[in-house]
Design a protein around this ligand. Structure first.
Ligand code: MLT
Ligand code: MN
Ligand code: ZN
Length: 299
């Protein structure tokens, strides 16, 4: 499979329009530091067969920046777009509205995510006059057959009941936020994508064990970052994102997994958005990487 990283920022992006923190200011001064909202495009056997993972508010620019994701020639239009969603968060779903010029949008997501998008955001009704929205259930949990999308086997790893703020009073369900397991049965390679890791669970550990490459939640560098930077009164864990460093952090748990690990979904407060930050050396020593926008990897 071919992995294209379309973006690597958490909600707001880097820079965020209303923010002048060091990370956002740095990205305004040095455009190479800019990060779009986190999302992927995955190709199966053929270059023209691909699907999106998450549909971000930046989706049109993201598709435009990869020539293989643009329509094939000057007369053609991309007729169908496929999107697999890890959750119902706005940074992962607002792009569906922006894709309304497609003849059809095929979406794969879990049941609570679909319910939130249909009943809270009213997506089915809003998009109906523009495009055909086709819902498919994303299989998640243990005993489920994966979905076959663009020649790849795709399924969800149930990670937490973290719901978007606009659906905070909806019922708890373990499939609100999933990691995505993608298996290329031709090459045998496996990818795991988990931009929201709220707790360290057995399900996550098992999914990591068989993975060649994992893109994981790197929203906050340490537990106190949201409070210290003034963006929230909660800690990183309290906001549903385990930090990278510290006792609650994911870095020490990821040692020796054998997978290539990339952190993604970086918040603009995360010191790692500065390429000169000393923390990069610390992570590199632990063989942990930070993902970049427009990175392409063959798996
Ligand atoms: C998250 O990742 O926790 C959410 O996307 C936050 C948000 O709503 O911006
Ligand atoms: Mn997010
Ligand atoms: Zn900022």
């Amino acid at each position: 499979m071919l992995l294209r990283i379309l973006g690597t920022a958490a909600g707001g992006g880097v820079p965020q329009w209303n923010c002048a923190c060091p990370g956002c200011s740095g990205a305004r001064r040095f455009p190479s530091r800019r990060r779009l909202h986190d999302g992927l495009a995955l190709h199966g056997a053929r270059p023209d067969e691909w699907f999106l993972v998450n549909a971000t508010p930046d989706i049109a620019e993201q598709l435009e920046s990869h020539s293989d994701l643009r329509p094939a020639d000057e007369h053609a239009r991309t007729p169908v777009v496929r999107a697999v969603l890890t959750d119902a968060e706005l940074d992962h779903t607002l792009g569906l509205l922006r894709l309304r010029e497609a003849a059809r949008i095929e979406v794969w997501c879990t049941r609570p995510v679909r319910a939130a998008l249909e009943h809270r955001l009213n997506l089915t009704d809003v998009l109906a006059p523009y495009t055909g929205l086709v819902w498919n259930e994303l299989p998640s949990g243990d005993a489920r057959q994966p979905a076959r999308i663009a020649g790849l086997d795709v399924s969800g790893v149930e990670l937490s009941a973290k719901r978007p703020r606009y659906a905070a009073d909806d019922d708890a369900h373990p499939a609100w936020s999933v990691g995505l397991r993608v298996h290329d049965t031709r090459s045998g390679r496996r990818l795991l994508y988990a931009p929201a890791v709220a707790t360290w669970s057995d399900a996550l550990e098992q999914a990591l064990a068989g993975t060649d490459c994992a893109l994981l939640d790197g929203t906050f560098l340490d537990e106190d970052e949201p409070r210290r930077t003034g963006i929230s009164s909660r800690t990183a864990t309290g906001m549903g994102h385990l930090p990278i460093l510290g006792p609650a952090g994911t870095a020490h748990r990821l040692r020796g997994t054998g997978a290539h690990i990339y952190y993604t979904h970086l918040n603009n407060t995360n010191p790692l958005v500065d390429p000169d930050a000393p923390e990069h050396t610390r992570l590199a020593e632990a063989e942990l990487n930070v993902a970049h926008d427009r990175m392409v990897r063959e798996l």
